[in-house]
Design a protein around this ligand. Sequence first.
Ligand SMILES: Cc1cc2nc3c(=O)[nH]c(=O)nc-3n(C[C@H](O)[C@H](O)[C@H](O)COP(=O)(O)O)c2cc1C
Length: 315
Amino acid sequence: MLNFWQKLPKPFLALAPLDDVTDVVFREIIAGIAKPDVFYTEFTSADGLCSKGKVKLLQKFKYTENQRPIVAQIWGKTPENLYKAAKLVKDLKFDGVDINMGCPDKTVMKQGCGASLIGNNNLTKEIIDSVKRGAKNLPVSIKTRLGAGSIITKDWIGFLLDQKLDALIIHARTAAQMSQVPANWQEIGRAVKLKNKISPKTILIGNGDILSFPQALQMHKTYGVDGVMIGRGIFANPWVFEKTTKVHAREEYLELLLKHLTLFEETWGKTKNYQVMKKFFKMYIHSFEGANQLRQQLMETTSNQQAAQAITTNT
Ligand SMILES: Cc1cc2nc3c(=O)[nH]c(=O)nc-3n(C[C@H](O)[C@H](O)[C@H](O)COP(=O)(O)O)c2cc1C
């Protein structure tokens, strides 16, 4: 039987996992205006899911039916805990499980997780086998980078392809490069050639600096990727998954922000800090007359109600 990755159109678009951004509320907003072909949860610690902190962490695993297909992303380095986390993902009826092996964050890397697993083939193999066991028939993917300190596509991506993953997402930079240099799509092209030789059935997704469907189509044609993942492009344009790029009116942005505020309040109430909402103001409020002033006003608010009022008095 085909898994969901294999049934997607080519090229398909996925919304990247963005910690503290792509929660159930934000994904619902995006699903309502221009839906990607695949959603991801924020990355979630496997160790945390196996601790007393589990209840709070399960916030990250909330989703709605509207958001399918949705993949839960987990991170860690302990095979046993990753096995348990994958089992949980399966029980929660996600469509797939993804292992983060690309996060360059110091606190994550210091623990030997995220991008610090790059090149540690023995442990990586153990982790993949454990996650496959826990996930049973759910497809398993890995999101990684081209290397940790330097590009090692042939060794690292080649090794991952040997593991016969269902999907592989490659952020076209090394961990050391963070997001500070342009994404290296030529190297993604090399990874596609490796995949065609080693594991043609693995779905390969390129990631880095893509801002529209036409641009993703170009990457599919030039480099042969099956799909493209978009991250920060969503901050520049919440309609980034539209097949043809359109200009959206100020009223549409304001209406969308009001919807986001309402859904945030309904979903999280007091369980999530209102400050998180402030990450989104720039996304909705820019490039129109009075935008800077309104955004400044919004940044000074301390509750959803205050923010909603500031918007309605400006419409
Ligand atoms: C605020 C933020 C949070 C992120 N959180 C995650 C995460 O939880 N898991 C992950 O694999 N990558 C995470 N990333 C990396 C993105 O998923 C993506 O790989 C990166 O931004 C490059 O794609 P882009 O150029 O389209 O933004 C994060 C990036 C940003 C900017």
